[in-house]
Design a protein. Structure first.
Length: 269
């Protein structure tokens, strides 16, 4: 826990706004008593206690994330959503080889996509929505074994990588960005795991790929407010779990066929 003490004290020094006085308890070497810090047995030696989780959601903290966070090498959960952290994610986070959940949503983080997340071998949940990230989404993120990916409400742009369909996610939300180009045909390969997919409010163009008909477990499919054209593919009839289907505010043509209207679970169309 000595390394955790160094890391957390370095972080405390970089926090300049703390209206709930969360870090007021961050005094002394007993880091397991710090508010928002959770300890558990080490995976390498169960007789040792380590910092295994940080949950500072909705704390309204202002500051930055220091490189010393890389010292928390047995951290499994890092949740700091709904604060006012600025800057980027430190490269040292690559040392967090056990990190399964990373939630830095609803902050003021900026820069290109945080590539350090690609180096986290245990990561299954990544939430960076409602920040100020920009540029392209790296193709490598869709080769990771993620269960959930939220990148909505940033300033990402350019086409969605062609290997999009490699991702085993159950939920993926790309809404409210500036993505261009076509929806990748590869999304049909996500049929085994995908439940919700949201492309709302981007600049995606072209036709809806017929491969969406392979998504027979999807309950939410939202491509509203884009620049999609042509008609709806007949294969939609195979999307039998569909509850919410939004294609509004595009440039689609043709009529709404029974293929859609007769879907057994459809509620919002």
């Amino acid at each position: 826990l000595a390394r955790a003490f160094v890391a957390l004290q370095a972080w405390k020094r970089m926090i300049f706004r703390d209206p709930l006085n969360i870090t007021g308890s961050w005094v002394g070497s007993e880091v397991c008593n710090y508010r928002g810090v959770f300890c558990g047995p080490s995976l390498h030696d169960p007789t040792l206690r380590v910092v295994s989780g940080i949950d500072l959601n909705h704390a309204n903290l202002g500051g930055q994330l220091p490189s010393e966070l890389g010292l928390l090498t047995e951290l499994g959960i890092f949740h700091v959503n709904s604060n006012e952290f600025t800057g980027g994610l430190p490269e040292s986070l690559k040392n967090l080889v056990l990190l399964g959940e990373l939630d830095v949503s609803n902050n003021k983080l900026s820069g290109v996509f945080p590539a350090v997340t690609l180096q986290l071998p245990s990561l299954i949940y990544l939430d960076i929505r409602f920040n100020r990230f920009y540029g392209s989404i790296p193709a490598e993120i869709f080769d990771k074994k993620l269960d959930a990916l939220f990148v909505n409400n940033n300033n990402f742009g350019n086409p969605i990588p062609a290997n999009f369909g490699n991702s085993p996610v159950s939920v993926v939300v790309l809404a409210n960005n500036q993505f261009t180009g076509n929806i990748p045909n590869s999304l049909g390969s996500m049929s085994r795991t995908l439940n919700e997919i949201v492309f709302l409010n981007n600049s995606l163009a072209g036709a809806l790929p017929s491969e969406i008909g392979l998504l027979n477990q999807v309950s939410v499919f939202d491509v509203g407010f884009n620049k999609l054209s042509s008609g709806l593919p007949d294969s939609i009839a195979n999307m039998v779990e569909l509850v919410e289907f939004n294609v509004g505010n595009n440039f689609l043509s043709g009529i709404l066929t029974d293929n859609v209207c007769n879907l057994p679970k459809i509620r919002n169309l």
